[in-house]
Write a protein that binds this ligand. Structure first.
Ligand SMILES: O=C(O)CCC(=O)C(=O)O
Ligand SMILES: [Fe+2]
Length: 334
């Protein structure tokens, strides 16, 4: 694959969409935003939003708490390893655990949390947290942020529904039910030397397999999106206070390929600073059947995929043998 290391000019630009008109309830602006969204979701499947309602002060606290967490001693973080959580889906993941792309070991560490539910269905369970005395304010900030970003994601799915010519609440049950799976993951990408950067990735090339992802990257940048026709990697520039939004494999399938799930990767920062990012995945309502959305198939055209439930899609992607305390399969997640 060609990449930006060659210094080639980017072949795609990632649109920046101001959604404040929707947040404020303006009908004409909402229609315009939905049109911009439809274009961006078709290609490149990535865009950034500004004018959202998650306060900048909360995002700043989130990033400083993330740094505080990663500065904890290795053994304190290891005691929170996600292998110790009910479904293997909450807690800490050490540097070099994931291999998303061939021979590159991902140079990142992560910590995942979601809705605090009793252990039960697939990917559900209580979160793991460091003791308050060890990481003061961390849990409260992460919980406050989770509520805020989950609220924003419900709004983004409403806009997505409008962009597909559907009724605004079409995805509400999918994203906003008790059994809707959503997961937040904070990341640290340690700074590397130019020599190390050529042999490693922050995160190897992958596509996200849920429905829609909302991501904060810090001002170091490093996220790149693949443009298939030209075989080039294109940076997603840092935009102050923005969310990077991308379509995942489940939504690509649900829309019969109309909306695109695009390969992306993170280049380890060649810098004297670590890079931090916070990602919010919407995996959706476990019992929802993903069956071609009616507005996404022309008369006479056949849907490209057989209907299947979200849980079946996720189990397939996480690995058929996924089970309690089996943490291997989950590592294939983006
Ligand atoms: O950290 C980033 O900027 C991107 C992470 C990512 O793509 C993922 O976790 O799926
Ligand atoms: Fe990703």
């Amino acid at each position: 694959m060609a990449n930006t290391d060659t210094g080639a000019a980017p072949t795609i630009t990632i649109p920046v969409i101001d959604i404040s008109g929707y947040i404020q309830g303006s009908a004409p602006q909402t229609a315009h935003i939905a049109t911009q969204l439809a274009q961006a979701c078709r290609s490149p499947g990535f865009f950034q939003i500004v004018g959202h309602d998650v306060p900048a002060s909360l995002r700043a606290r989130l990033l400083s708490q993330t740094a505080q967490f990663y500065a904890l001693p290795a053994e304190t973080k290891a005691a929170l390893h996600r292998g110790l959580s009910a479904n293997g889906a909450r807690g800490y993941e050490a540097l070099g655990t994931e291999v998303l792309e061939g021979s590159y070991t991902d140079q990142k560490e992560g910590f995942m949390f979601g809705r605090d539910l009793p252990p039960g269905r697939f990917l559900q369970g209580p979160n793991l947290w460091p003791a308050e005395s060890v990481c003061p304010g961390f849990r409260a900030t992460m919980e406050e942020y989770f509520t805020a970003v989950r609220g924003l994601s419900v709004k983004m799915f409403r806009l997505l529904a409008l962009s597909l010519g559907l009724e605004e609440g079409y995805f509400d049950g999918f994203v906003d039910s008790r059994d809707s799976v959503s997961m937040c993951r904070i990341h640290r990408y340690p700074a590397v030397t130019p020599e190390m950067a050529s042999k490693s990735r922050g995160a190897g090339a992958h596509s996200d397999f849920g429905a829609m992802t909302l991501l904060i990257q810090d001002d170091i940048g490093g996220l790149e999106v693949f443009h298939r026709p030209s075989g080039t990697w294109n940076p997603v520039p840092y935009v102050d206070n923005a969310y990077i939004v991308n379509i995942g494999d489940m939504m690509e399938q649900w829309t019969n390929g109309r909306y695109m799930s695009t390969l992306h990767r993170v280049i380890s920062p060649v810098s004297d600073h670590d890079r931090y990012s916070v990602v919010f995945f919407n995996e959706g309502l476990l019992d929802q059947v993903i069956d071609c959305i009616p507005t996404c198939v022309k008369p006479g055209e056949a849907p490209m995929h057989k209907p299947l439930t979200v849980e079946a899609h996720l189990r397939k992607r996480y690995g058929d043998s996924y089970g309690e305390n089996n943490t291997r399969e989950i590592q294939s997640e983006a």
